[in-house]
Design a protein around this ligand. Structure first.
Ligand SMILES: C[S@@+](CC[C@H](N)C(=O)[O-])C[C@H]1O[C@@H](n2cnc3c(N)ncnc32)[C@H](O)[C@@H]1O
Length: 323
């Protein structure tokens, strides 16, 4: 059965990528603008000759226009489970993670975070657009309850091809349940796996979008960055987001407090930059996306900073890294 809604979304997306309006497309095909609108709304399908024209114009095979593809199978060789998710970790949530994922579900974090991302935010909207404009297959690693950059990517292009990943099967399931209702896009895929051991073939992904997943990795961050390098196509883009206490801030901290911090929480100085270079990325552009202070916070690191009589500044960076 052809899913007309999905067909319409693929046509709308391909048309937008060509940079033409529904009227311009109708003129090229000698049909009415209403006919194009009906295809894109999933009300009708074009006849076979027009379909052939569309296939030539968009450089997409007729099969790919008509049928939902099986991208995870193409990229990993593993079939999608009955619930529409490709699992490379057990489907059952890990016990120690249950309180956190129950909070995500009960407190509706995903819909709240999605709603928040729909508000105007010039900086994040530009990051999302920049990633969406790269096109191809976009992998959002460690999507978490915030979704990383994914909500901003889909805000820019609701038909972007995105694989949503997390090591937590519940997080992936919750995003699927939410986005099936919110967007019903044929181009969003879901996969639960450990990004330190990605299931993709070498050189198969166009963009890896990591809005704080690798920076908060369960596992070896160096390995995750090496895996990112391996699976990206040559020239592919990795976008990372990290926040840490940078060298400038460190220089202003009294040496006694610095020593205690280094001993108790060495992670606060951890940056992904050197590991990103070591993974092989050649061109790395860093942009400061903001900062926060421990005096405004109630985390464990904020408590430690208060006990040391300091107000620590964390600087957040977004890095654009080319393979
Ligand atoms: C604390 S969240 C923050 C970032 C997240 N992108 C967000 O916007 O909410 C980090 C996420 O990365 C996921 N994660 C951590 N280690 C991972 C790994 N090795 N593989 C895949 N996901 C991982 C966690 O399950 C969590 O959902």
């Amino acid at each position: 059965m052809i899913n007309k809604i999905h067909f319409g979304k693929r046509i709308a997306s391909a048309r937008k990528r060509l940079g033409i309006t529904q009227t311009e497309l109708s003129e090229r095909l000698f049909v009415t603008p209403q006919a194009v609108s009906k295809w894109e709304c999933g009300i009708a399908l074009p006849d076979i000759e027009i379909l052939l024209e569309l296939s030539h114009m968009f450089k997409i095979t007729i099969n790919k226009l008509l049928e939902d593809d099986d991208l995870p199978m193409e990229l990993t060789g593993k079939a999608v489970s009955g619930d529409g998710i490709t699992y490379f970790v057990p489907e059952e949530e890990r016990d120690y993670n249950l309180p956190w994922v129950n909070d995500i579900k009960n407190q509706k974090w995903i819909s709240k975070n999605w709603k928040e991302a729909q508000k105007e935010n010039e900086f994040m909207d530009n990051v999302g657009k920049m990633i969406a404009d790269e096109g191809g297959v976009i992998l959002e690693t460690g999507a978490g309850p915030g979704g990383g950059f994914m909500p901003y990517i889909l805000k820019s292009d609701p038909n972007a091809t995105v694989i949503i990943n997390d090591i937590s099967p519940t997080v992936v399931r919750e995003w699927k349940a939410f986005l099936d209702k919110a967007l019903d896009s044929p181009s969003i895929y879901y996969s639960a796996f450990d990004f330190c051991n990605m299931p993709f073939k070498d050189n198969s992904i166009d963009v890896i979008s990591d809005g704080g997943g690798i920076g908060n990795a369960e596992g070896d961050k160096t390995k995750a960055l090496r895996e990112a390098y391996r699976v990206l196509k040559p020239g592919g883009l990795l976008v990372t987001a990290t926040g840490y206490v940078n060298k400038e801030t460190l220089a202003d901290i009294p040496s006694s407090a610095r020593e205690i911090l280094a001993k108790k929480r060495p992670d606060v100085f951890e940056d992904l930059y050197e590991d990103t270079v070591l993974a092989g990325f050649k061109k790395i552009d860093s942009v400061i996306s903001g900062c926060w202070y421990t005096e405004d916070d109630d985390s464990t690191i904020a408590d430690l900073a208060r006990s040391l009589g300091i107000n620590l500044k964390f600087t957040s960076y977004i890095r654009y890294c080319r393979k």
